[in-house]
Write a protein that binds this ligand. Structure first.
Ligand SMILES: NC(=O)c1ccc[n+]([C@@H]2O[C@H](COP(=O)([O-])OP(=O)(O)OC[C@H]3O[C@@H](n4cnc5c(N)ncnc54)[C@H](OP(=O)(O)O)[C@@H]3O)[C@@H](O)[C@H]2O)c1
Length: 169
């Protein structure tokens, strides 16, 4: 099973604020949706709760929520209590790929794992204020970089952005 991170990051490393995203990028949402569809996604409890109720669990993919709260319930999703257990749960259902979809705390722990081989990173050309960050230096220092697609700012996308695939050397 391939383990990938998927994330959108501002030039200053910001990924979120007040448990929400800090931009509206419809084409990036589309890329996220199409890329993760049919696979499994692993999310921290806070990120999961930031998804509007009518959109969660994310449809057409296995949703795994990580929390330390053993009483936590997320109908339609699988609840686990460590990142390791989340990966095991995805592996157990036989998906080819699992995507770690955030937020900041879960990304931080995932980047430390040798078995996370790929990061699909949307570089957003903006420097918004925020309270949650992704460490761009990790992938920008030594991972193999392949640009996949670029988008201009327009009525669908608040800022221009580039989707880049980084693979662990
Ligand atoms: N730009 C992007 O691509 C992107 C993507 C995703 C999220 N975000 C943003 O990121 C922010 C949320 O990130 P966050 O760092 O605040 O929270 P988070 O990573 O989504 O969730 C943190 C929670 O996950 C659980 N957790 C973390 N590590 C664990 C472990 N090892 N074992 C068991 N449970 C663990 C804990 O839940 P309990 O407290 O329940 O124990 C912890 O409070 C939001 O602003 C969101 O919009 C941005």
């Amino acid at each position: 099973m391939r383990i990938s991170i998927i994330v959108a990051v501002a030039s200053n490393g910001v990924i979120g604020r007040d448990n929400d995203l800090v931009w509206r990028l419809r084409d990036d949402m589309k890329f996220f949706s199409e890329t993760t569809r049919g696979h499994a996604v692993i999310t921290g409890r806070k990120n999961y709760e930031s998804i509007p109720g009518k959109f969660r669990p994310l449809p057409h993919r296995m949703n795994v929520v990580v929390t330390r709260n053993t009483a936590y319930e997320a109908p339609g999703a699988q609840v686990v209590h460590s990142l390791e257990a989340a990966l095991k749960a995805a592996s157990a259902v036989g998906v080819e790929e699992v995507f770690i979809i955030g937020g900041g705390e879960i990304y931080r722990q995932s980047l430390e794992r040798e078995d996370v081989k790929r990061v699909l990173l949307t570089h957003v050309n903006a420097s918004p204020e925020g309270d949650t960050y992704f460490d761009l230096e990790v992938v920008e220092s030594g991972w193999k970089r392949k640009s996949l697609e670029s988008f201009e700012a327009n009525d669908r996308n608040e800022f221009s952005f580039e989707i880049v695939e980084y693979t662990r050397p």
